[in-house]
Design a protein around this ligand. Structure first.
Ligand SMILES: Cc1cc2nc3c(=O)[nH]c(=O)nc-3n(C[C@H](O)[C@H](O)[C@H](O)COP(=O)(O)OP(=O)(O)OC[C@H]3O[C@@H](n4cnc5c(N)ncnc54)[C@H](O)[C@@H]3O)c2cc1C
Length: 470
């Protein structure tokens, strides 16, 4: 084994660095830290100790201790990840950021907010909207995930069609390196071409290069009006085929274009005990437009609604007040949770292809579903070409058969994605779940380069090992 165990002496030192109450080793308390939201039990692994530091200096000392003793450290946000990123696959230390949860400064003049990594993403907008400001990040786990986890995964979400993904808004970060050194990258500046873009390197690095301990985020003016359209279609192909046309034919970039097939909507409604009158449609799109006046968004949503009706939409429902908007978005946000209740054995994918390819991709997914006799419900951020195809174990199959099917079906799915110019993860990351498949979409030269970067920053391989690469 290339790592040393966490001995009682190490636990004692961790308690000296932090405090007794923020370090624990009892099995019962370790259990919640042995998995994230990846719904496959085969990825779970217990840490030897969990430590919850409250400041950067403590983290620096923990990393020095881990380096001296060659102990693996896995940073953890809220544990809402879907690629096994926060699972300590070699045991060692879980470094939980949950106690570093302060919004340090709202700088309205520069339109920036400075935060600790353990702030729940939703709380950012709750805090700043009174000042007419807005953070555009909106992963569907917004009510639980942490902003630090969003950076580490470069999270996408429901507003990426118009606003892009997390990295667009990250102006500055503080990082503790694997040897305990602390660096600050970027700051409250909107332009910076001073040397290599190291800040960008840490964003999306899945906790494998360092621990993000402070974050400066760029804000936008809060849009003053928005309208959501719920557009019903008889079948999946009609719904998904309209997606590229919405932007090319109306010349409007909606905030969101979310896709849900029938099974996804019905499962989520059941889970929420929600009764949408239209939940029996074959498939639906949830389209949001925002802007600075009600007239503007009404006119844009009307144009989009008409286009949909010209292309086989059965109905267009308008949600123009907060309560109705929240109801339909809650259905979308809770699909993943709902599926977990129905079948704990499943593989949630987040493939991404060029927008022009998604209709064909959905047809190919249906063929895989028939071939392997498994359900593959589909939902996701269709406006970004990012689909959550979810492979669900057939209850008639043995667990062994499911493992074989999962591997073969995923290989086939990823081959199709690559052939269509896409890749295997648009937002959930590689983590431990997809590391065996990385070579299907990255060349040997690319992987070698990534490994050299990892080696340069983390020569002892103690920073979240077992992720991204084999
Ligand atoms: C219902 C549901 C819906 C979701 N919807 C979306 C979505 O729409 N878009 C999307 O992108 N994702 C989505 N996700 C996935 C997940 O919520 C995101 O990946 C999120 O960014 C993870 O944040 P977290 O705080 O839970 O991180 P964790 O799961 O705790 O960790 C994720 C990774 O980040 C690393 N990490 C965490 N904090 C730090 C830090 N401070 N420094 C360094 N590394 C760190 C961990 O080591 C791990 O590798 C969804 C998940 C669920 C369960």
């Amino acid at each position: 084994m290339k790592y040393n165990p966490v001995t009682p002496a190490i636990v004692e030192k961790l308690k000296q660095i932090c405090s007794d109450s923020t370090v624990f080793t009892d099995k019962e308390k370790l259990e919640p830290y042995s998995h994230d939201e990846t719904p496959l039990a085969q990825f779970a692994h217990f840490p030897e100790v969990v430590v919850m530091p409250t400041n950067t200096e403590q983290i620096s000392k923990i990393m020095q201790l881990a380096t001296e003793n060659k102990i693996p450290v896995t940073p953890r946000g809220a544990g809402s990840g879907l690629s096994g990123g926060a699972i300590p696959v070699y045991g060692g230390i879980i470094l939980s950021l949950e106690k570093m949860n302060k919004i340090l400064e709202v700088d309205a003049q520069n339109m920036m907010v400075t935060l600790e990594p353990g702030v729940v993403t939703n709380e950012v907008n709750e805090k700043i909207q009174q000042q007419g400001l807005f953070f555009a990040g909106y992963p569907m786990s917004v009510e639980t995930c942490f902003i630090g986890g969003n950076l580490a995964e470069n999270a996408g979400g429901g507003r990426a069609v118009k606003y892009g993904v997390t990295d667009r808004y990250i102006m500055g970060i503080e990082v503790v390196l694997p040897d305990g050194k602390i660096i600050s990258l970027g700051g409250k500046i909107v332009k910076d071409v001073t040397g290599y873009n190291l800040k960008q390197l840490f964003i999306g690095s899945e906790g494998t290069l360092g621990i993000i301990t402070k974050i400066i985020i760029k804000l936008l003016p809060l849009p003053l009006a928005k309208v959501d359209l719920l557009v019903l279609f008889k079948d999946i192909t009609d719904a998904i085929s309209i997606v590229p046309k919405i932007m090319t034919e109306t010349r409007i970039i909606p905030t969101s274009i979310e896709f849900m097939d029938q099974l996804s909507v019905q499962s989520s409604c059941e889970y929420l005990n929600e009764h949408l009158p239209y939940q029996d449609a074959g498939a639906m799109l949830l389209i949001e437009v925002d802007g600075n006046s009600q007239t503007e968004v009404d006119s844009q949503s009307e144009t989009i609604g008409e286009l949909c009706l010209h292309h086989n939409a059965q109905e267009v429902y308008v949600a123009d007040n907060y309560t109705t908007q929240e109801r339909v978005w809650a259905v979308r946000r809770n699909i993943a949770e709902a599926f977990k209740v129905i079948s704990p054995q499943q593989s949630v994918e987040d493939i991404v292809v060029p927008i022009s390819e998604i209709a064909r991709m959905v047809q190919e997914i249906q063929k895989i579903s028939h071939k392997y006799d498994i359900l593959i419900p589909c939902y996701g951020h269709a406006g970004d070409g990012n689909l959550h195809a979810t492979l669900v174990k057939n209850p008639d199959h043995s667990y062994q058969k499911w493992l074989e099917i999962e591997h073969d079906a995923l290989t086939e799915l990823y081959q199709l994605v690559k052939a269509r110019g896409g890749t295997i993860s648009g937002e959930h990351g590689i983590g431990s779940k997809r590391r065996d498949y990385l070579k299907m979409v990255c060349s040997p030269v690319e992987i070698e380069l990534m490994k050299k970067i990892k080696q340069a920053i983390d020569p002892n391989d103690i920073m979240n090992p077992g992720k991204i690469f084999k």
